[in-house]
Design a protein around this ligand. Sequence first.
Ligand code: PNS
Length: 164
Amino acid sequence: MSDRHYLYPGTFDPFTRGHLDILERGLALCDRLTVAVAAGGKSTLLDRDERVELARDALAGLAGADRCRVTGFDGLLVDAARDLGATAVLRGVRSPSDLEHEQAMAALNRVLSPGFEVVVLFPRPELAMISSTLVRDVARCGGALEAFVTPGVAAALRRRFPRG
Ligand code: PNS
């Protein structure tokens, strides 16, 4: 029996509605999916445990949530993919510059791990402008977040940047 297991890696600082779109559509193409939250160095707004928790919160109500799990990973993506038994890595591409970056990353990862496969999906156009960077900026400035992130993530960002 086939077991297509996609690994959806990212920094997810924080997990956005754009990520959710890619995840939902990726999930329709595989049997199970693992969201893998990268350590991300010291420059992230949220620490990795918070990013993992918020990703879990974002996909809690999803149809097919029982086929998803969220975990953290350190080190190389190819090692995480191998250790978790993933059959392919899922990535979202919003723009030509994203595509260039993903192509370079895929080529490098394929040198490190010859069987490495990437499934690239393009977000719904109305979500393509959402990036975690812009979401953090909106949160810092006290703007409305609901169009960009799920309610649990919005609440966490509001706690991080209380108004007044
Ligand atoms: O959400 P992001 O920031 O675009 O995710 C990037 C991520 C975490 C997928 C990438 O930086 C990564 O794979 N990091 C793990 C370390 C690694 O394997 N680096 C070499 C990839 S070319």
